[in-house]
Write a protein that binds this ligand. Structure first.
Ligand SMILES: Nc1ncnc2c1ncn2[C@@H]1O[C@H](COP(=O)(O)OP(=O)(O)OP(=O)(O)O)[C@@H](O)[C@H]1O
Length: 360
């Protein structure tokens, strides 16, 4: 740990390769300053709780608003997660990645300080406390789709070494005051060593968003993030959850619901009903088709995140080729990559765990 802290105490982390970079200053906070900012981690300041610990809203002496993630209990595992998140956030800067303000490591306290995102998470708007208010009109959804795709594309293609996030999901896409997407939560992320095609690793992430080859074999690569992003796109367009509960024991993946409707070009049914028909059909079609091809069970069929950005932004030639794919033709029973996922899932379907190791 000492190495880690001494390395970052004197570095202003940033990767300057990218056009989307933002101001890269961050600093070390004292525990006292964060206690003061959050009213001593008052329950009323609590924004939510994740695997790592609780997140609190706070205000610094200069009036700026922050979110402080506080490690719930110290352990080696938690310490690793903390270090990974700080190390990655300190290196990457992009308009669609949550900005690190700094961290605090005093005694056994481990805290990470971020910019506060006024509009909370995409999850809260799609399925949570803001879902009834309908803040997400179609132009906002389209901006979120493109912005989040650009943030992930930066991690995969411009950060050095390349980074896979491993936990892309709606609660990890935060929204700033303009509803601009900020991809967050890098505690599970992995650096991909130069020349490696994937890393074999313990399975982390969230059921419903896990690529099958990753869930079964622990093979993590950029295309696992592409799969999760595909699920997120379908969720964003339709307002449905990644896995829908049909009964107490039977669940249906969103791909199984969306693919037949996409083949029928039934966009009225696919669109989130809360949009009341107010969407641009060409754009909705793009989001759905790109979502489905990203969430193909065959990793080799999935596009890269750079291609996803181009497709979402309306590259006509690329989209025509995609629409022409076998996947979007014929009946539901025809051969397609999403076929396997249509087995109805049961509660106890857990991802297999594997030991950490890097495969060239
Ligand atoms: N910078 C931020 N601004 C506003 N809200 C935030 C910020 N960071 C996190 N939150 C909110 O705090 C809550 C907890 O976040 P956290 O990332 O710890 O967990 P999670 O993503 O919900 O779950 P998990 O840890 O299992 O992935 C979430 O509701 C999230 O929306």
């Amino acid at each position: 740990m000492m190495d880690f802290f001494s390395k970052f105490c004197c570095v202003k982390g940033s990767d300057r390769k990218n056009q989307g970079k933002k101001d890269s200053t961050w600093r070390i906070f004292s525990l006292k300053e964060l206690q003061l900012a959050t009213n001593n981690f008052n329950y009323d300041n609590k924004l939510g709780e994740g695997g790592f610990g609780s997140v609190y809203w706070g205000q610094l002496w200069d009036g700026s608003q922050i979110a402080v993630k506080r490690l719930k209990s110290w352990s080696n595992k938690a310490e690793v997660e903390f270090s990974v998140e700080v190390e990655i956030l300190a290196r990457v800067r992009h308009k669609n990645l949550l900005t690190l303000r700094g961290y605090c490591a005093e005694g056994q306290e481990r805290l990470i300080v971020y910019d506060y995102m006024t509009n909370l998470s995409l999850l809260s708007h799609l399925h949570g406390q803001h879902s009834a208010e309908c803040h997400l009109d179609w132009p906002r959804r389209m901006n979120i789709a493109v912005g989040a795709a650009e943030g992930i594309a930066y991690l995969h293609h411009y950060a050095t070494p390349h980074i896979i996030h491993r936990d892309i999901k709606a609660s990890n896409v935060l929204l700033d005051s303009d509803f601009k997407a900020q991809v967050a939560d890098f505690g599970f992320a992995k650096f991909i060593p130069d020349g490696a095609t994937h890393v074999t690793t313990r399975v982390k992430g969230t059921l419903g968003y896990l690529a099958p080859e990753y869930a079964m074999l622990g093979k993590a690569s950029e295309s696992c993030d592409v799969y999760s992003f595909g699920i997120l796109l379908l969720e964003l367009a339709s307002g449905k959850k990644p896995i829908e509960k049909l009964s107490s024991t039977i669940k249906r993946p969103i791909t199984d619901w969306a693919l037949p409707l996409a083949r029928e070009r039934n966009f009225g049914e696919l669109a989130d009903q809360r949009l009341n028909g107010n969407y641009v059909e060409e754009e909705l079609k793009r989001v759905i088709f790109v979502g489905l091809v990203c969430a193909d069970n065959r990793p080799e069929k999935r596009p890269t995140m750079l291609e996803v950005v181009e497709l979402l932004k309306g590259d006509k030639a690329k989209f025509a080729a995609l629409e022409d794919d076998e996947m979007f033709k014929g009946s539901v029973a025809a051969d397609s990559g999403t076929e396997d996922s249509s087995e109805i899932m049961s509660e106890d379907k857990e991802p297999k765990q594997e030991i950490e190791d890097v495969k060239p």
